[in-house]
Design a protein around this ligand. Sequence first.
Ligand SMILES: NC(=O)c1ccc[n+]([C@@H]2O[C@H](COP(=O)([O-])OP(=O)(O)OC[C@H]3O[C@@H](n4cnc5c(N)ncnc54)[C@H](OP(=O)(O)O)[C@@H]3O)[C@@H](O)[C@H]2O)c1
Length: 276
Amino acid sequence: MTPPYDLRGRAALVTGATRGIGHAVARQLAAAGARVCVTARDADEVRRTAAELGGVGAAGSVADPDHLTSAVELALSEFGRIDVIVNNAATNLPYGPLMDVDPLSWRKAFTMNVEAPLRLVRCAWHAWMREHGGAVVNVCTEGATHVGPNVGAYGTSKAALLHLTRQLAGELAPKVRVNSVSPGLIRTDMARFVWEPGEEEVAAGLPLGRIGEPEDVARAVVWLVSDAAEWVTGADLLVDGGTRVRAAAGADRAYAVHERLRAHGPVRGDRTRGPN
Ligand SMILES: NC(=O)c1ccc[n+]([C@@H]2O[C@H](COP(=O)([O-])OP(=O)(O)OC[C@H]3O[C@@H](n4cnc5c(N)ncnc54)[C@H](OP(=O)(O)O)[C@@H]3O)[C@@H](O)[C@H]2O)c1
């Protein structure tokens, strides 16, 4: 299929792009003609993904400010420009009631989910975008505007990212557009503990009748960074299969996603793939 948006001549950096949503985003950006720089912690996976997409890769954690700087430098040295930033890498930990979570893990969630996106945008702004323009998409979550069992740290940090998106959109206009996408439940490793046990039941509670695929989110990201969205900034694009409107769709049952979240007790330690 011919990609609907033409990103030839553009260069993009996608964090957390070796699997899940980030991988689908990087793949669709490359299919639209963009040159891509991918990141993740696993260096072998970064190399494999960069080779698959004909791009470059920087291995490291978004929690490390030096890694973010060198990822931008790599994209600039390889491509001579950096037009698109997709802040996708995140953690859904610490998991559990807020009274029980370790304050250091709480801080780590904010380092990865809020501070890292800001740092990356600052690097790209100073190195390229302030002068030449660009587009940023932050990957938030459908859950960022309401509460849920055991996901207080995740939800609070993503709500902060949503606010950061709008603040940056105002501050960086008109040169740089800054938007977010908010996915509902997507078939990835991070959310496996939610969708895998009884996917049919979760899907039946969604107005559009299925859980999301990484490609559903990637299409929204590609549109937001393309010229087709040239008058869109500070927006949050929900890609949730109707999760927010399910109450009007006759779904009078309990929300299956919250049932799954409630069923999992607190998780100790640093398991960024989630409590599965
Ligand atoms: N899946 C859902 O249902 C859902 C719903 C709403 C929002 N989201 C959001 O969507 C985004 C992507 O989630 P996903 O479900 O696609 O996750 P995923 O399948 O677990 O993939 C995560 C990706 O990020 C990388 N990563 C993890 N920690 C990193 C770190 N510290 N630094 C750099 N890269 C890191 C992983 O590679 P390494 O492990 O090698 O680092 C991997 O490439 C996140 O922002 C998440 O909050 C997901």
